[in-house]
Design a protein around this ligand. Structure first.
Ligand code: LLP
Length: 412
């Protein structure tokens, strides 16, 4: 939990100013107990169902230390590359808890995943089904699969993170699935035991989930009648968080009464793939004010962290709260910008904030998901450090890259 106590920004029992004296700015912090609370909360939401796999979408944040604590809580993995599979296993995870999503699984990735005995492939196209079947045949294996359905239900979220409407590259339409049913059944080395979906990310309304599960329910009945033995459903992820502290997050009450009850009726094994929900609110990006620049009536806070460290504002116009580490009485309206040579390197425009001056620190909140995992070396800036906080303790879980780290793979 990152919040003000007596006007000092605290992460659990740590005054974040202390960290700014120890670790080189900018850096990410994560609250261990916030992540654990989110995991336990979601487990409780699904607790009335019999057989549930909560498969964390590793792409949201894949630090080995964070994966390890999730694995210790019994959390599986939803992955989109062999790199994510290997990271999850490296952190102590078991292959039989891994589901493999993604539209472009390569032959090498499929082969390696079959050899590792992962739980299931979530198939995104007919050619992929044929490819997995061919590789499984060569390896003399029969592998479990799910067909990712595009249910054509609008998730009511940002257009760039909507994945379940016609025109998105993900999954298969109901029409394609039915038209190819016989072909899919003829593939002897894959066993289609499940249908899956993931309609979008950062949903706050639970209604689209319910609508999409209803579509899946009808389709499951239909394809069971066509001879498929469906025992599982994977409802994807997408549970939103409250980036704006005046907003509410995902409507779990409605989700429980509608979607969980519907799933109970369907009496299938259930997988869900939360990413953002587990880590977003636990994390913050701590940055130092390098300059306060006044220009043509605007006040810019120029920070030492930029879009290469956290790209969501530049990429999706995302909103994040920005809190100074010490809250003062006087407020001002600022544009918050980073050091990158791009006009889109902004975190907020015209945001009211307690007064900041050169050398002060500020925290960009709710940056624990799709933050570090989307960071880059753009502008030849090293990847920054990640710090875990557990009550009154803090420890480094990723060191800042050195200049040498950054150039080590280049050949001159
Ligand atoms: N399952 C699948 C198949 C997915 O593609 C995703 C996310 C998830 C689960 C997890 O979704 P979540 O629970 O985190 O919403 N970079 C964007 C988000 C991209 C999400 C991609 N897929 C952002 O920063 O908003």
């Amino acid at each position: 939990m990152i919040e003000y106590r007596n006007n000092i920004l605290m992460c659990e029992d740590i005054d974040i100013r202390e960290l700014a004296e120890i670790y080189e700015s900018p850096f990410y912090i994560y609250s261990r107990n916030d992540i654990l609370n989110k995991i336990r909360f979601l487990k409780d939401i699904f607790s009335s169902l019999n057989d549930v796999l909560i498969a964390y979408a590793v792409k949201a944040e894949n630090n080995l230390s964070i994966l390890k604590m999730m694995i210790e809580e019994g959390i599986g993995a939803d992955v989109v590359s062999i790199g994510e599979i290997l990271k999850y296993i490296k952190a102590g995870g078991k292959p039989h808890n891994i589901v493999f999503s993604g539209v472009a699984k390569t032959k090498e990735e499929i082969k390696k995943s079959i050899e590792l005995n992962i739980k299931r492939f979530n198939i995104e196209s007919i050619p992929e089904a044929v490819r997995i079947n061919d590789i499984a045949k060569e390896l003399k294996k029969r592998v479990k699969c799910s067909i990712r359905v595009n249910p054509n239900v609008d998730a009511h979220t940002h257009q760039k993170i909507t994945t379940g409407i016609n025109g998105n590259k993900f999954g298969l339409s109901i029409k394609t699935i039915k038209e190819n049913a016989e072909l899919l059944k003829s593939l002897d080395n894959i066993e289609i035991e499940s249908l899956s979906m993931h309609i979008g990310s950062q949903m706050t309304d639970a209604e689209p989930f319910y609508k999409a599960i209803l579509v899946m329910k009808d389709l499951i009945e239909e394809i069971k009648n066509m001879g498929f033995n469906i025992t599982d459903i994977d409802i994807g992820g997408g549970y939103g968080v409250r980036y704006n502290r005046d907003n509410l997050g995902f409507d779990f009450d409605k989700f429980k009464t509608e979607s969980i009850n519907l799933l109970k009726e369907m009496n299938l094994k259930v997988t869900t793939e939360p990413g953002r929900y587990f880590t977003a609110e636990s994390g913050a990006l701590i940055m130092r004010v390098e300059y306060v620049k006044e220009e043509l009536g605007r006040k810019y806070i120029i920070l030492d962290g930029g879009m290469n460290d956290y790209i969501r504002a530049a990429m999706y116009d995302a909103y994040n709260e920005i809190y100074p580490l010490v809250k003062k009485e006087n407020v001002s309206n600022y544009d918050f910008a980073g050091p990158i040579c791009e006009s889109s390197d902004f975190f907020a425009y015209n945001r009211e904030c307690s007064e900041l001056k050169e050398g002060d620190y500020a925290a960009l909140l709710d940056a624990g998901a799709y933050g570090f995992s989307m960071a880059s070396n753009y502008n030849s800036r090293p990847l920054i450090s990640q710090i875990m906080i557990d009550k009154d303790k803090h420890y480094i879980i990723r060191k800042k890259q050195t200049f040498e780290d950054m150039i080590k793979d280049e050949i001159i």
